[in-house]
Ligand binder design. Structure first.
Ligand code: CMC
Length: 366
């Protein structure tokens, strides 16, 4: 039987042309539609960068107002979704709840291709799903979205119950911008696979959320804080990390399929996190763990070019703005939905079903 070239993990295989982002893993560069992601994170807002990814250009004042208005108008959840979010048992993890909440939104048309209005409506509701569920878990009355606040500020407001301070909004905005889009990562690919069958937007995003959840992808930041808490003291960093590597374990927040140098998002978020965390012993310990982790990876995995990835400092930023561990990966999803949907819209313009091959290595019937 014919055997096809094998690409385990699809490493090095390009499955699409895109003008959404360039992830240059050799030089550590990240570009969104002709702009440095780092500069967008410093000088722009969540809505402006979402506009860039969805519409192809940074918005004019009027376009920005229109996008903000549309997002605000779509934040509220349908009653049946709220009911479902309340019914799910408390021990079900937040990403499963988000996946179920998004799925429960259903698709009005079950249509293909999805419209930009459907995309905006979904991006507007995801923060509300997370915040609604979080309030239920905390035994608090969920807060209605606040139309005076922009996307990121409203998200923090719904989670914390008070208007957030400007430094926290700015820091979280930078994180959300830096994680909106990232080439053909696993969850984006999942969303594209589902959409390539001409299925609807909600089905595609539900699959992407399930993919992001895994600890090798978006599930890493809460494992970073768990690791740092388990380490506890600077003295314990070396023996703990060494023991982990000796037993064949992976250090969370290190390594990347594409980046063989420092992840540019980690560089930018390190600055954001350190500005918020001066004199914070946790951040001091995290910085020490990073240093020792890099030394030990060089010792145990020489030549593999393992560096700190975005998740290491994502954990630090989210912790610094006061988000609980169980909100880290859902917050990643709140931003990445922009990239997922931009890819789905882009692909829909030139669609072909994604259908790779497998090589049969079993026996043939007699
Ligand atoms: N700790 C220890 N060893 C590692 C690590 C790590 N974090 N990452 C890779 N390695 C080793 C791996 O064991 C392998 O060694 P060997 O050559 O002896 O078999 C070598 O480095 C190459 O690893 P790989 O598994 O072929 O690399 P990959 O491209 O398939 O995996 C990764 C990439 C991100 C899944 C992996 O680096 C990893 O598991 N990192 C820890 C989890 C993490 O931080 N994930 C967040 C990724 S960034 C955000 C995102 O993508 O969502």
């Amino acid at each position: 039987t014919k055997q096809h070239p094998l690409a385990i993990g699809l490493d090095g295989i390009a499955v699409a042309e895109t003008d959404l982002s360039l992830v240059d893993g050799i030089n550590g560069l990240l570009v969104y539609r002709g702009h440095w992601a780092r500069d967008l994170a410093i000088h722009h807002t969540f809505e402006e960068v979402a506009h860039l990814l969805w519409f192809g250009h940074l918005p004019s004042e009027q376009e920005l107002t229109d996008l903000k208005d549309k997002l605000k108008a779509n934040r509220e959840l349908p009653e049946h979704v709220k009911g479902i979010l309340k019914l799910i048992p408390a021990d079900v993890d937040m990403m499963s709840v988000l996946r179920t909440g998004v799925s429960a939104l259903g698709s009005s048309s079950h249509g293909f291709p999805p419209t930009i209005d459907e995309v905006i409506a979904l991006a507007a509701k995801m923060p509300t799903i997370v915040a609604y569920r979080f309030a239920c878990l905390e035994g608090l009355e969920p807060l209605a979205p606040n139309p005076e606040l922009d996307h990121t500020a409203n998200y923090l407001y719904m989670l914390k119950g008070v208007k957030p301070n400007a430094a926290h909004v700015r820091a979280l905005d930078a994180y959300l911008i830096l994680t909106q889009e990232h080439g053909m990562n696993a969850s984006t690919f999942s969303g594209r696979v589902v959409s390539s069958t001409e299925s609807d937007l909600i089905s595609s995003i539900t699959a992407a959320i399930g993919t992001l959840k895994g600890p090798l992808h978006g599930g890493a930041p809460s494992e970073v804080t768990e690791m740092i808490e388990a380490i506890g003291t600077k003295e314990n960093a070396e023996p703990w990390l060494r023991n982990k590597l000796e037993s064949g374990g992976r250090l969370m927040g290190f390594g990347h399929r594409v980046y063989k140098t420092i992840d540019p998002r980690a560089t930018a978020l390190r600055v954001v996190a350190s500005e918020l965390s001066s004199n914070d012993p946790w951040f001091d310990l995290a910085t020490h763990v990073e240093k020792v982790g890099l030394q030990l990876l060089e010792e145990y995995k020489p030549g593999r070019k393992l560096n700190t990835n975005v998740e290491f400092f994502a954990a630090a930023v989210m912790r610094a703005v006061g988000l609980d561990d169980n909100l880290f990966t859902p917050t990643f999803a709140v931003s990445r939905v922009v990239g997922w949907s931009a890819h789905i819209l882009e692909q829909a313009g030139n669609n072909r079903i994604i259908r790779p091959q497998s090589n049969y290595i079993g026996t043939m019937p007699e």
